[in-house]
Write a protein that binds this ligand. Structure first.
Ligand SMILES: NC(=O)c1ccc[n+]([C@@H]2O[C@H](COP(=O)([O-])OP(=O)(O)OC[C@H]3O[C@@H](n4cnc5c(N)ncnc54)[C@H](O)[C@@H]3O)[C@@H](O)[C@H]2O)c1
Length: 369
């Protein structure tokens, strides 16, 4: 039987039991990404317990609850925030709702892991950071590539000086599927730069340990004819040149609806060498036949490519709460990625290079571990 802090009547018992108690987690938004976290917290994260799920869509909620065997399901996130068993929430609603949900969670004293993109613009991000600081709750952002074994190894080897000083970071993400319809409206979704390439933006900042100061982006729609008429400014392909604050260089290549698989790779060029991160193969099987030649399956989905990174991310969130330390990926990281997304979309629209406003508090969190 699970024991929760509030089940104990004596304060001394509560304190001495604190270390043994599990962090009660609620996932808000039980869709594609939400269920990755829900599955992790239901059986793969140590010292945590999935205590509730939220989804505004009744059938989605019921199916999700059944799958992860969680009794408590709420259609209104505010009811979940009033639940004393909930110590922490994972915010996995559509991005437009992140600010609203995070502000309410902070007010209710719940720790927050917020999926990327953090929000729609930097003002929203600032509100979220301030609210979490004011309530002294953790705010972690869902850039799970920072927990991927290969990305972490690359970062460590760069830091150790293996390729000298980093000069150029190139990062690409191509998604296989036709976008969900809401992504076509750039004004309300911030488009593929936000939904797909936020991860690349964070990777650039992380590997260069520097902020992106200026971008020049071009976009076009080459594979989604269904969006052309109603959303003429929707792009399914984007190329973005980046200049870091100290003059070094970055490049981001983004695409959706590519069909061939989920492609996430990074190349780092230094003064003494180069480093490549990311795999293309779904598994180690290589076929060879008269008709097809040599064949191998491409990685199918972000869900499979980053399975272990999501677990490590969720575990670190819980550990941060228990150990009362700062998350590895903080609000400022989410904020700076959003600033670059907004600058990139403006650059596409206005066909000019656009400067990225610097962080007001001067924190350069590309420097984090
Ligand atoms: N880290 C990653 O790799 C990654 C991958 C995919 C998505 N995401 C992010 O996660 C978020 C969700 O994306 P998704 O692909 O899972 O979307 P989704 O549409 O599959 O899921 C979103 C869910 O939120 C629910 N919802 C909508 N309004 C709600 C409300 N007011 N209260 C509660 N639930 C509500 C919807 O019914 C839906 O089930 C987005 O911000 C997205 O960018 C991150």
């Amino acid at each position: 039987m699970l024991l929760f802090r509030d089940d104990l009547s004596n304060e001394g018992d509560r304190m001495s039991m604190d270390n043994l108690l599990k962090i009660g987690v609620c996932v808000i938004g039980s869709g594609r990404a939400g269920m990755i976290h829900a599955r992790n917290f239901s059986h793969r994260v140590d010292k945590a317990q999935l205590v509730a799920l939220v989804d505004a869509h009744k059938e989605t909620l019921q199916t999700a609850q059944k799958e992860v065997e969680v009794e408590r399901g709420y259609s209104d996130y505010r009811d979940a925030l009033a639940d004393k068993r909930v110590d922490a929430v994972v915010v996995v609603t559509p991005t437009v709702l992140h600010r609203e949900v995070v502000l309410a969670a902070a007010k209710a004293g719940k720790h927050v892991l917020c999926e990327k993109p953090m929000a729609m613009d930097v003002r929203e991000c600032d509100d979220m950071i301030k609210a979490c600081e004011a309530s002294a709750v953790k705010l972690q952002i869902g850039f799970m590539r920072r927990y991927d074994e290969s990305f972490m190894a690359a970062r460590g080897r760069i830091e150790a000086g293996e390729i000298g000083d980093v000069v150029l970071v190139k990062s690409l993400t191509h998604g296989p599927s036709v976008p969900q319809a809401w992504m076509y409206d750039i004004r309300t979704s911030n488009g593929p730069l936000a939904e797909v390439n936020s991860h690349d933006i964070d990777t650039l900042r992380w590997f260069a340990a520097e902020e992106i100061a200026e971008v020049y982006a071009i976009g076009g729609n080459f594979r989604c004819p269904q969006a052309l008429e109603s959303y003429p400014d929707f792009y399914d392909n984007v190329s973005m040149l980046c200049r870091f604050a100290d003059g070094r260089q970055g490049y981001i290549d983004g695409a959706v609806s590519v069909g061939y698989g989920y492609d996430a790779r990074t190349e780092i060029l230094g003064t003494k060498g180069v480093m490549f991160v990311g795999r293309r193969e779904q598994d180690t099987v290589v076929g060879c036949s008269k008709d097809m030649g040599i064949t191998q399956s491409f990685v199918k989905s972000w869900r499979t490519l980053f399975t272990e990174a999501y677990v490590a991310e969720d575990q670190d969130f819980v550990d941060c709460i228990r150990e009362n330390r700062e998350p590895r990926v903080r609000g400022i990281d989410g904020r700076m990625a959003v600033a670059v997304v907004n600058a990139g979309n403006r650059s596409i629209r206005e066909r000019v290079p656009v400067e990225v406003p610097a962080a007001q508090d001067g924190v350069r969190s590309g420097e984090g571990s």
